[in-house]
Design a protein around this ligand. Sequence first.
Ligand code: BDP
Length: 563
Amino acid sequence: MLRSQQNAKRTVINLSSLWFLEVGKEKRPIAVPGSWNEQYQDLCYEEGPFTYKTTFYVPKELSQKHVRLYFAAVNTDCEVYLNEEKVGENHIGYLPFEIDVTGKVRAGKNELKVIVKNELKVGGFPSKVPDSGTHTVGFFGSFPPANFDFFPYGGIIRPVLVEFTDHSRILDIWVDTSKSEPEKRLGKVQVKVEVSEEAVGEEMKIELGGKEKRIKVTDRIVEEEFTFEDARFWSLEDPYLYTLKIELEKDEYTLDVGIRTINWDERKLYLNGKPIFLKGFGKHEEFPVLGQGTFYPMMVKDFNLLKWINANSFRTSHYPYSEEWLDLADRLGILVIDEAPHVGITKYHYNPQTQKIAEENVKKMIDRDKNHPSVIMWSVANEPESNHPDAEGFFKALYETAKKMDRTRPVVMVSMMDMPDERTRDVALNYFDIVCVNRYYGWYIYQGRIDEGLKALEEDLEELYRRHRKPIFVTEFGADAIAGLHYDPPQMFSEEYQAELVEKTIKLLMKKDYIVGMHVWAFADFKTPQNVRRPILNYKGVFTRDRQPKLVAHVLKKLWGEI
Ligand code: BDP
């Protein structure tokens, strides 16, 4: 599925605006995109269902076109009604869905209604703390009872678009540059296009980087290859994008294409044939006052800070972000680990029905983001209960699902298991291409004892490498620090302690040649459910929630500037 695009042959109405929210008998204004929890104090902890309403106007000539509603994301369960007729429903947050409403849109005024519920469910997405307790130490008794450490925001969090196209139209595009030979500067771009039945028999024009091909469409799928001698490869230093334009008589679609290759072996990860070391963060797509959603100024600010601090990558922990994050990453040369909305997975998820939903979620993520050159790997989950025997089949299936859709990128699962303690033995990690682990030595374990903690971390990593013989990526490490809290000698929660722990951990990781990346947790402070460990926010941010640097930010800028 392609996202909606305004161009010379497509028309898009963007419904980002002030909608109405029905709360009981009341009708309140509500911003879309956005989450209800931050817009109204009395709705902070509400799961809904709430009814969103808006209207839009359609000129007569457009009402006869192919029309689809494109929801960039709704958290979480929703039913969609157009002019009082139910036209669709969706049950996963953070991912887009489309509804074909051809023939249902009226010339003139149309009414759109979306009923949204954001309920935490044991064994669901988003996942609720199982009554019997949780495998995740430290999250007991949190409210809302999310089985994860960030606030469960609800609502229409991303834009809603109405797109009008001809019936003869482009449905999907796949771009694969993995056959390119960077050492010869030879770019090979395979382009695959899916069209609607009505387009069969027409001529298609494909333009890429100044080259043009005209093809008679004989089938719903068209495949072509472009070769570029002396290609300009997409890289962190030169994130060059070629423009790909697909044209039918009455439809067109434009995509940015980066020519680059990704490979990996037993010890290293390569971008364009050269080893790449990932420096950066796990982060969240949430902000003070705004809550969760698509907010452009915040994206620009965060990318500017990523560049300032000399980071080259981030993980979309713990769900896919608005697609514009990837547009910016493509354009600015930042690598992204794209993560499925699978966090807080426990044994209650390990059944065939939930596995099928999880497979669908992985497919939807890859389907949305497959053409972004910045995406360097797919993460199918964060910190699942992967020491449970039933995790093996569940995650093997997710790995295979991802691989079937994309063999060109590594597929990973982020584990907090597989420590030297036998009880943490991860039954699924070995299926994945790169070993991704979260480790909190000097924080959750070896509290207040950074040096001892790091000795234990070193042993842990050595053993992990011996066991897996695959590159290791430390996807999380860090410490809470409350901005303005200082202490000498460094104490937990002081800026000094966070800076020391992060600096010493990085210096240790740099000594190991099988380590391919290190991501500090987290980019910025973020809001969590209420519990005894979190004074409103998780304070592991290198930046405060309003994006001001803590002491550690200056340490990182210097260290990463030298790597
Ligand atoms: C890890 C999780 C992350 C948490 C972090 C922490 O992946 O979501 O916020 O630890 O405890 O367990 O700060």
